[in-house]
Ligand binder design. Sequence first.
Ligand code: G6P
Length: 608
Amino acid sequence: MCGIVGYIGKGCAVPILVDGLKRLEYRGYDSAGIALVENGSIVIEKTRGKVVELEKLIANKEYAGTLGVAHTRWATHGVPNNTNAHPHTDCKNEIAIVHNGIIENYKTLKAYLEGKGHCFTSDTDTEVIVHLFEENHNGSLFDSICMTLSEIEGTYGLVIISKNEPDRMYAARKGSPLLIGKGDGEFIIASDVAAVVKHTKDIIYLDDGEIAEVRRDGFLVKMANKEKVSKKIQQITWDIEMIEKGGHPHFMLKEIHEQRSSLQNAIRGRLNPNQGTARLDGLLGYMNKLKNTSRIILTSCGTSWHAALIGEYLIEELAGIPCEVEYASEFRYRNPVVRKDDIVFVISQSGETADTLGALREAKQKGGTVLGICNVVGSTIARECDAGVYIHAGPEIGVASTKAFTSQVLVLLMVALMLGRMRSLSKEEGRAIVKEIESIPSVIEKVLKNDDKIKEIGLRLAAHNNALYLGRGYNFPVALEGALKLKEISYIHAEGYPAAEMKHGPIALIDENMPVIAIATKDITYEKIMSNISEIKARRGWVLSIVNSGDVKIKEVSDEIIEVPESKPYVTPIINVIPLQLLAYHVAVARGCNVDQPRNLAKSVTVE
Ligand code: G6P
């Protein structure tokens, strides 16, 4: 979703701001813009389209300003066009702002401001903020910011500059992430660490309600009542190589191929082969609660929700604790029952998804213990949970989540193992699971070797407009995830189903134009899924099956197969999803789609 970059320092702001915007492109957006304090005036350049369009716009202009803000906008109020693009300014063109989030009472405020003579140039909710700054300005921009923030309802990550204060940049946060990168005589404010990491690893995360005043030589963080807040400077561990393509044509392909190492990073130091268990340090303070809980709720969105579904199967099988999985967006608004001894796991790659954050707060407010499974260190969800586990997948830039998914499932497997060992899972059983987990990275390596064959199949699939994915047991959520990957990046309509449900509806869709992708690796439902495939073949369907190496039975009833090594059912989701990720990737490339930034989607969904 929208991205923010702000710069104050000694250097020329434009290249730093534009580079920052490029680093945020992966989040999804439809227009881009920049505002500078240049020779005592505010200069704005903005355009519909990608950052490359903005670059063209400013290519022959020379800007020397050392204070500026920049933005990539994902349209919410008003179509994506030049005037709705951020930054926005007041009537006198003295103040410029960029904003992430949604102002809910903007209509009332707009009518009030128009009544006071303010002229609006855009259809955005954001523009009311800058006019309110102007309206409330009584000598101090900081005071006007405080007053304005008390009048607006909704969420914001805001960065503000004024031509009258060329030595200051302001930032304010409520519900939309913002952080400050501290350099040498310069500061970069951004909505995402990816825009900052090239320049500094010293990060200050802003919390809700805080307003930062940043100068070239330092910064102050205050609350709206002017009370000072002392902030910690934290070191990030990511570096610039981690957010570059490293020779791959797309981030998504790079991230798929990184899964051997991302999974190794999730495992490192967390297994105890002797005791046959896992040790998750982030949860140590909650071991008693985990041991005694009578119910676990898992909540998340999108791909993370699919990981949660697998988590339910894992925890119920290995630990025998009743689990429920909820879409975060439903959980937060349906008055769910959360009891004091319930453990609620919130799962989020970005740690910023608005609905997941809402569910977290709802669960906390109801007295549940909330534990996070996150990728982005220092993210809002990671900070607001009672405790949690990082998946350590490294930055995921491709909008379609891949390596984060497998690491989430792996962490959930380790959680289930740990919980199981606290209950009735024997040491021997635990040891066997540890061994199986340890072998995952090398199995992944083998699966990735199928890439060429999957590409070939992908070329054929690319001609279709629909696809069905089938799986059972642990692989039902994998079918959902395979279908989600395909629709997200290739725009082919795809659905995932538990294979046995076929005859309750979807089988009516089967003909030679409906490709079916069946996950048919060996587990207790193997024979059943073979029958399901035969039923499809009997109706002239085309079937691609994911099978274990050397399987002949399913091969006989399928049109195409992709082989993966045989493993225990509880690790198969991590393995079987890899060919489906590659398949979606190659289909999307063959259809000429923008794989890393699919239309209408955002990496981090920070609005409801
Ligand atoms: C967006 C992304 C998905 C992701 C979902 C949840 O829709 O495009 O890839 O699965 O948000 O995101 P989270 O960061 O909370 O896992």
